[in-house]
Design a protein around this ligand. Structure first.
Ligand code: URA
Length: 243
């Protein structure tokens, strides 16, 4: 059954809610680009003690990898720095590089719809990327670039201290979780990231959903999973668990 909330979600995403349920099985999210991402290069970890403004300044001044040569500007992240929900994507695209804000292009509009489907507003959550600079021609992040940015991301997550992290897309998920496991196998589980083992849930990238609208129903399942987990985590912290 499609309930009213799911119907609204699917409608917002442009999906016909009367599509037969016995649709043929769909493919797992294919690589967005050709190159593998994960490598066990250690991050420099110089950001570990920075406060929010220092971290923002360090990111803005970063020249650790060649991406600083081609970026218009760094894209630090946007939203509530004390958010309970943190969404982490792959890297800025052309529009994000131009505006200095993550997820502002077509995929970003879809991500905003996904956030609304959770009953949240974009300004309630924090949105960031694994990489703070745009890879030229939107190519895959290189393992060395992911490693160079890693301590920025870890510090950013530590300072926001979200109750739940949503890894948006295969590359974000594989980078955060340091794995090459396909996204289809990462969905529907609870993973953890960083020093404080922040809980992580994985979903498809909205750019992939735009290319493969049939997968939007699965993204709804991911959001339901995330919402249920979030409620459980809140109950646990209310009864004396992690706050
Ligand atoms: N895709 C991402 O992963 N991040 C953005 O900021 C934009 C598109």
């Amino acid at each position: 059954m499609v309930d009213a909330r799911q119907a609204a979600y699917l409608q917002a995403l442009g999906v016909d809610v009367y599509v037969p349920r016995s649709a043929p099985p769909l493919q797992a999210e294919p690589p967005l680009h050709a190159e593998a991402v994960v490598e066990s290069t250690p991050s420099p970890d110089v950001a570990a003690n920075l406060d929010w403004n220092e971290l923002r300044a360090a990111v803005a001044a970063c020249q650790r990898c060649e991406l600083h040569l081609t970026r218009t500007q760094t894209v630090f992240g946007v939203g509530n720095p004390q958010a309970h929900w943190m969404f982490i994507g792959e890297a800025p695209g052309a529009e994000e590089d131009k505006q200095g804000e993550p997820f502002v292009g077509r995929a970003g509009q879809l991500l905003t719809s996904m956030i609304r489907a959770l009953g949240l507003r974009r300004e309630d959550v924090f949105i960031a990327n694994v990489l703070k600079c745009r890879p030229p021609d939107n190519r895959d992040p290189k393992a060395s670039e992911v490693a160079s940015c890693r301590d920025f991301l870890e510090r950013q997550v530590a300072l926001v201290n979200p109750k739940l992290v949503i890894a948006v897309g295969r590359i974000a998920a594989q980078s955060l979780l340091a794995t090459e496991t396909p996204i289809a196998k990462l969905r529907g589980k609870v993973h953890s990231f960083g020093a404080q083992a922040w809980p992580v849930v994985v979903t498809y990238h909205p750019a992939y959903l735009l290319r493969s609208p049939g997968e939007k129903r699965k993204s709804w399942q991911d959001l339901l999973h995330a919402r249920q987990l979030f409620s459980r985590l809140e109950q646990e912290s209310a009864s004396g668990g992690r706050s």
